[in-house]
Design a binder for this molecule. Structure first.
Ligand SMILES: Cc1cc2nc3c(=O)[nH]c(=O)nc-3n(C[C@H](O)[C@H](O)[C@H](O)COP(=O)(O)OP(=O)(O)OC[C@H]3O[C@@H](n4cnc5c(N)ncnc54)[C@H](O)[C@@H]3O)c2cc1C
Length: 374
């Protein structure tokens, strides 16, 4: 049986390992010391594309887990808590990224504490060098090692990660009580909430009510700020909002995502596909196409890559996979960046009118969509 070495036990690497096991000797090499070494305490939204890929793993426990928390819709409000627009999701499963990753670690071979450094080709095989001095050879090498991929740096060095002029952080705070924030307490039971404020600022609120917690992710179009400046900026803008009491509980101790610039890859600027279509080294997920978080496409695109790469392995036809990786990656990077720019760019009231207009335009579509569902 031929061997496949996957670098990175993230969502795409683990999914591919499940899809290939039994047909190839698959080993995942992960730099973390163990599955619990780096707790990633936030939720991600799995859309119907990502859900279909996870369903194809035929794991009932995983399906039960996915179905635990579904959100009905998305609400946008302004900095004084006034509604701007609400719409229903097609379907969205909101899950703990850490728990999802842990479930995917079951049933596949993983070598922890194995930091990939470089590779070289030898006699039709790929020889992989790890930071601890160890080496292995495999028929195929897959770089699923995330946004700062070392495999990508060697395979497609022209793809670079760009810092965008938006400064963001993520915090995990106690879920607000009804007394503290009556509006958000109720709305967050069913909706993901985006607060749009002036000066290009915005806050994402996402429930983790099953844990009694809330994710708060403020971001602003800005130069670099330290934590006190960042918190002060938001407290001033959201002073007439229920958000103020939520913002009062953010601190450096409860951060889930570091304060820093949003990152994106320059993939969208390529006219021609920069990924090699032949050979035995391929990329997937964020390693190939890092994108901003605002459209919630990163994990879903990465999962689709894993499914398509598994199909390519079935008949060793990798060209089509590499074409899809590029075209879907470019589309997702562009869409995510457009979403980031849009939520940061307008003044709040202009956005309100824009979004109200969007709501009116979408109303007949949503009406007929719901009618057809019934
Ligand atoms: C706050 C936040 C919210 C998000 N929300 C959403 C959302 O709602 N919906 C969505 O679709 N996406 C979301 N994303 C994006 C999503 O998490 C990523 O796009 C997705 O995890 C990418 O999967 P991946 O397998 O490519 O990489 P990752 O899941 O990042 O996995 C990469 C793995 O490679 C390992 N690794 C890195 N370097 C090495 C090395 N040298 N050697 C060995 N191992 C290495 C890492 O430790 C990691 O385990 C969000 C991201 C963030 C930060």
């Amino acid at each position: 049986m031929e061997s496949v070495a996957i670098i990175g036990a993230g969502l795409s690497g683990l999914t591919l390992a499940h899809l290939l096991k039994g047909k190839y000797n698959v080993t995942v090499y992960e730099r973390d010391e163990s599955y619990s070494a780096r707790k990633q305490g936030y939720r991600i939204g799995i859309n119907s594309d990502g859900y279909q890929v996870l369903l194809s793993l035929k794991n009932e426990k995983l399906v039960d887990f996915l179905n635990q928390q579904k959100l009905v819709g998305f609400a946008m409000v302004d900095e004084t808590d006034k509604d701007l627009v609400r719409f229903e999701f097609g379907e969205s499963w909101i899950v703990s990224r850490w728990k999802l990753r842990n479930m995917l670690t079951e049933g596949v071979e993983i070598e922890w504490n194995k930091k990939f450094e470089s590779y070289k080709h030898e006699n039709n095989m790929v020889t992989i060098q790890f930071a601890d001095g160890g080496m292995v050879s495999a028929n195929y090498l897959i770089g699923a090692d995330g946004v700062n991929s070392q495999v990508r740096k060697q395979l497609a060095p022209e793809i670079a990660i760009q810092k965008l002029p938006y400064f963001q952080a993520g915090f995990i705070v106690p879920f607000p009580t009804k007394e503290q924030c009556p509006k958000y307490h109720d709305l967050l039971q069913t909706h993901l909430v985006r607060v749009l404020g002036p000066k290009g600022s915005t806050i994402l609120l996402l429930s983790m009510k099953d844990q009694g917690e809330l994710i708060v992710s403020p971001s602003v179009q800005s130069k670099e700020m330290d934590f006190d400046e960042f918190r002060g900026f938001f407290k001033e803008i959201y002073s007439s909002s229920e958000c103020l009491s939520i913002l009062g509980s953010i601190s450096l101790e409860n951060k889930g995502v570091e304060l820093g610039f949003l990152q994106n890859s320059n993939l969208a600027s390529f006219k021609a596909n920069p990924f090699p279509k032949q050979g035995n080294v391929f990329l997937m997920g964020d390693a190939a196409h890092a994108m901003t978080t605002h459209r919630g496409l990163g994990a879903n695109t990465a999962l689709q890559d894993a499914a398509d790469l598994a199909v390519a392995f079935a008949d060793k036809q990798f060209e089509r996979y590499v074409d899809i990786l590029f075209s879907r990656g470019v589309a997702a990077v562009k869409e995510s960046q457009a979403s980031t720019e849009q939520i940061h760019s307008f003044d709040a009231y202009k956005r309100a009118w824009f979004l109200k207009g969007l709501g009116v335009a979408l109303a007949p579509y949503m009406f007929f969509k719901n009618l057809l569902k019934k």
